[in-house]
Design a protein around this ligand. Structure first.
Ligand SMILES: *Cc1c(COP(=O)(O)O)cnc(C)c1O
Length: 431
């Protein structure tokens, strides 16, 4: 048995947590193990996981198939360098990704985290135009409300106001921001599509690319928009000679009800980022895919190589598990499972809409969101969820859940009750 008090003391003294102060203010829970959709927490017992460890653990924890893939690969080699060497897990994974992603994406850069895959995507765009003799095309356009990671270039395309990076205004490269996309999967505002066209046209001479999260803006606010804007972006980018990047790090692998959010629109971007659930939540790996147009453009440059090569690029262990995770996903009727979870969440979150301090309740695919009219009282909300037997991690004004696809109906209902309890606890703590 681990000494929980000691772990917490050492944690508080030495360990940074995501978006946390040092020392931490709120005591974290100590997880001892995880299996299926349950986390075993010291001093608490089992909690149903409502977060999939930030969109990633789509098959749940400690999955026998993924464990076997990891063990099998571990016995061969856990890592070798990728410069001058290659191996089956990475090559087979790349082929799977090319086959699954929208038609036209042919080349794969395996990065070690989502943020790095966005760095690579932006580098591809800028280098493409530089190689074609148009180095002045070096800005990116995005819409407000986005999130693309925490390293330097991705920070610059995150929402400039509401985001976590507003501290760095004036330090980050200045990118071009279109208005927030209107809310709602089924809502379409032609005037907004016109606004996108306008902005892209007006800045085309200095734009290397447009980068957006398709259909769902995740950590920037859990907002959903019409896939038709993706088509508008594709048309505007084609008309004005600008590259289009989709960041599917959160939306990829079925979460929104389509395998990739781009599939809702039938649009192929020039560059696409994948991460989070790529390895089923086991290991850190991400991918940047691009079309032959982008790769050929870069190859024609004075510097014909893409100068990027992380030490752990193509990590065999992560690649083997990613391959197994994709096979596991495609080997089942995942669409039915995602729909089932969405239906369960819609029913279970409905009571939240009755609460006076709830602004909006929305569900898309296997993602459920309750938006409050105030900043969530984290301590009160998390404690209420834990009392309801569920792990949730709200942020800003949002209490949200994206359960593993293997979550049973009873557990989906429990998660929904916990989200409602967390909303109530936050509203009451504030009153
Ligand atoms: C999480 C996320 C990232 C960053 O990925 P990391 O692996 O955390 O670096 C980038 N874009 C989107 C849309 C994300 O959800």
């Amino acid at each position: 048995m681990p000494d929980v008090k000691e772990i917490l003391a050492l944690d508080r003294a030495h360990v940074w947590h995501p978006y946390g102060p040092m020392p931490g203010r709120q005591e974290p829970l100590v997880v001892e193990s995880a299996s299926g959709v349950r986390l075993r927490v010291a001093g608490v017992g089992e909690l149903v996981d409502g977060m999939s460890s930030w969109w990633s653990a789509i098959h749940g924890y400690n999955h026998p198939v993924l464990n076997a893939a990891a063990r099998d690969q571990l016995d061969r080699m856990s890592h070798v360098m990728f410069g001058g060497l290659t191996h089956e897990p990475a090559v087979r994974l790349a082929k799977r990704l090319v086959d699954l992603t929208p038609e036209g994406l042919e080349h794969v850069f395996l990065a070690d985290s989502g943020s790095v895959s966005v760095e690579v995507a932006l580098k591809m765009c800028l280098q493409y135009w530089r190689s074609l003799g148009r180095p002045e095309k070096r800005r990116m356009l995005t819409w407000r409300g986005g999130y693309h990671g925490d390293t330097w270039q991705p920070m610059a395309v995150c929402d400039p106001q509401g985001g976590m990076h507003s501290l760095w205004q004036g330090v980050l490269p200045q990118q071009v921001f279109a208005d927030l996309p209107p809310a709602g999967f089924d809502a379409y505002d032609a005037a907004y599509a016109e606004h996108l066209h306008d902005m892209i046209g007006r800045h085309a001479h200095e734009l290397a690319g447009v980068i957006v999260e398709p259909v769902v803006q995740g950590a920037g606010g859990m907002r959903v928009h019409s896939p038709r804007y993706l088509r508008a972006l594709r048309e505007a980018c084609d008309a004005h000679d600008v590259l289009l990047v989709f960041d599917e790090i959160a939306t990829g692998f079925g979460r929104t009800g389509a395998l990739f959010a781009a599939d809702h629109a039938g649009v192929t971007p020039d560059v696409m980022c994948l991460g989070k659930s790529l390895t089923g939540g086991y290991l850190t790996m991400a991918a940047t895919l691009c079309t032959p147009r982008v790769a050929d453009g870069i190859a024609r440059g004075e510097v014909p190589v893409l100068a990027h090569g992380p030490t752990f690029m193509g990590n065999p262990l992560a690649a083997a598990v990613a391959g197994a995770s994709i096979d596991l996903l495609l080997g089942q009727d995942w669409q039915t499972e995602v729909k089932r979870i969405g239906t369960g969440l819609t029913a279970a979150l409905a009571p939240a809409a009755e609460l006076p301090y709830v602004r909006d309740v929305r569900v898309l695919g296997a993602l459920g969101v309750v938006q409050l009219d105030h900043q969530v009282d984290m301590a009160a909300a998390t404690a209420a969820a834990v009392r309801a037997g569920v792990w949730l991690r709200p942020f800003r004004d949002l209490i949200y859940t994206m359960p593993p696809y293997v979550t049973g109906d009873e557990d989906v209902a429990a998660i929904g009750r916990a989200v409602c309890a967390a909303a109530r606890a936050s509203g009451e703590a504030r009153a």
